[in-house]
Design a protein around this ligand. Structure first.
Ligand SMILES: *Cc1c(COP(=O)(O)O)cnc(C)c1O
Length: 358
């Protein structure tokens, strides 16, 4: 059988070792006689899983004690609405638009108050992050929202602006745990799990404690960070199986040496692919070099009439889900933590073959 490499942007590839572990524990978790799916979320088995999952995430990201970790449902899109409900009060918020997802965040937040777009790369088709000194920041903003890795456009931040005392709220859905971060630089970090963490259905929110007292009275309890943090993310049933798998992924990352170790591998994987794309004029990538994402790599064939043949040939070699997002076109290879370097090598090998043949 052809070896399959799945380049989907999300839901996406998971580590083989994690899937095998989940398979072995599927029917009888640790001698409990139950599958994790069948357990009460308030029982001692699942409470243990949740606590270990949180502890391991805290270790991986070096999360300080004054930050709460929430395991919520509704995905990053639900949090786009929860953010203004929890933080905006009667004030205004700054948003920076660097791609399709941050643009969506502005749309989702605008229902709850005054949202100011203080920088945007829309005019350049989202191919870079606007220089920080051109951001029109409001020192009295309730918060500053950014998306640090634009999954669709393949644009990743290469640093953070100085926002003074304004808390930075970052959508990290598609690159959380791909590189070390300093959590202290953020007020809130959030991300859907189905890109770089685990199955869909789980959204992780990391929020600084002092930001928990600002929710609008209309905030539903399930999206109220304070209520959720006081109830260990169990104001209702949390996505238990997704949390369990996320926990296995965290253990896998720790066994590899943590985020510092996976970053080295990610730099190598992305470097191989970008170097090859840059070495030929058969393919190209439009993103400014310093903002090229290590996780999501859009690329184009110079001759777009070959797109269908490229995808068909790729599929025949087990290289799946390479079609670019409809908003961008071309191709996109998502190479998250769980994509082995062999997958990137197989893709490059195929791209070389295809170039020779055409
Ligand atoms: C996928 C994605 C989203 C949407 O996530 P859902 O879980 O579908 O709500 C938001 N932001 C970014 C950066 C994403 O990659």
């Amino acid at each position: 059988m052809t070896k399959i490499y799945n380049f989907s942007a999300g839901p996406a590839v998971l580590p083989r070792a994690v899937l095998e572990r989940a398979q072995s524990e599927m029917i009888d978790w640790h001698g409990s006689g139950m599958s994790v799916m069948e357990m009460s979320h308030r029982g001692k088995e699942f409470t243990g899983i949740l606590n270990k999952t949180e502890t391991d995430l805290r270790t991986l990201l070096n999360i300080p004690q004054n930050y709460k970790v929430l395991f919520l449902q509704g995905g990053a899109i639900a949090e786009n609405a929860a953010i203004p409900m929890n933080l905006l009060g009667s004030g205004e918020a700054d948003y920076v638009v660097t791609g399709a997802w941050s643009k969506r965040s502005v749309e989702d937040a605008s229902a709850y108050g005054k949202i100011n777009v203080v920088a945007s790369s829309a005019a350049e088709n989202f191919t870079h992050v606007p220089a920080f000194d051109c951001w029109n920041l409001n020192p009295n903003a309730a918060y500053l929202h950014i998306c640090t890795n634009e999954t669709i456009n393949g644009v990743e931040f290469d640093g953070l602006p100085d926002a003074g005392n304004v808390p930075i709220v970052a959508d990290m859905s598609s690159h959380i745990l791909s590189r070390p971060i300093d959590v202290n630089q953020y007020g809130v970090i959030y991300g859907g799990a189905q890109k770089n963490i685990g199955p869909a259905g789980l959204c992780i929110v990391i929020v600084r404690e002092d930001l928990l007292d600002r929710a609008l009275p209309i905030t539903p309890a399930v999206f109220n960070w304070k209520t959720q943090s006081e109830n260990q993310s169990m104001i209702n049933t949390p996505p238990t199986y997704s949390i369990y798998i996320a926990g296995l992924v965290f253990e896998w990352l720790l066994s590899l040496g943590g985020v510092e170790a996976i970053e080295k591998i990610n730099i190598k994987k992305a470097g191989l692919l970008y170097d090859y794309i840059d070495s030929t004029d058969f393919y190209f990538n439009k993103v400014a070099v310093k903002n090229r994402s290590r996780m999501n790599i859009p690329f184009f064939l110079k001759d777009e009439s070959l797109n269908d043949a490229f995808l068909k040939g790729a599929e025949a070699q087990g290289l799946l889900q390479l079609k670019g997002h409809r908003m961008v076109g071309g191709m996109r290879a998502s190479i998250y933590n769980a994509m082995p370097i062999e997958g990137v090598e197989a893709l490059i090998h195929y791209m070389q073959q295809f170039e020779k043949a055409h």
